[in-house]
Design a protein around this ligand. Sequence first.
Ligand SMILES: [Zn+2]
Length: 308
Amino acid sequence: MLESVKDSSAYLSLKLNKNLSHAYLFYSSDREKNNQVALSFARSLVCENGNSCGVCRACKQFLSSSHPDVFVLERDSVKVDDVKVLIDKLSTKPISAQKKVFVVLNAEVINEIAQNKLLKSLEEPNESAIFVLTTTKTDKLLPTILSRLHKVFVPNFSVADKRAIAAELKAQGVDISGFAEKDFSLTEMLNLATDENFLSTVKQISALFAGLNTTADIPRVVSALDVTDKPLFFSILQEMFIGAINEKENKFDAADLASIKNKFSKKAVSKCLPLIDEGYKKLMSNVNFTYILDNLLFNMLKEKFLCN
Ligand SMILES: [Zn+2]
């Protein structure tokens, strides 16, 4: 008997918010986390309980690589013949799920000819198929492919990473344990910014700190901001400040972090983290964004001078 798929929270939220896309690209600088999130998303698309439950028949089949409608490609290199094999599978209807799910992990290994072949399928969306690609190197994908994909950024700092930083800072008398526990859920990631929104926010934050030298600069740098997603602004601000003290490779370009790193010592950055967390909480309790930023920047400058 064929069973239809129930909506997962991620799936449902996509349908409610922006419709399920026919092709996704999950990207991050953390390959393992990225692939794990993408696979969990792919599984939620076929799960009978709609939430990657791990116990239903579809999930068990998915986990043992035997789901009839799921095709996962994980290779060191992907050539045009590999893509042809995938495309051949597109012509038949799904067997037990609502849609067939094609997963290509580490899509940067798809060579250019194969990418062009794949592009044809992405250009003519198939009603009964969803593509899920992952990469840590978006620059290895053709711009024509990128433009066809709904991009989902997977933040690379895990709760465990944040806890480790929190423990280190606690020893120095700074308590950031509150935000260390905050991590993006899959649904949040899917609804998080498009990468354009993400990148524009990073650039704006970088420019903000480049122009911030004294408290007299605050009104100007704040009014220069054009922020559409305020919670996202705080999340990225937080991640950029963590990036400025974390030696581990992170998703930000060194150039984007330079304006923070050049002005704030590591100690000052760590003192600023709880301030950002406080700002975020105020935003959540509907305090005016400009008012929060004015105060936040004032207090950040204060920490900067106290730490020098
Ligand atoms: Zn399940």
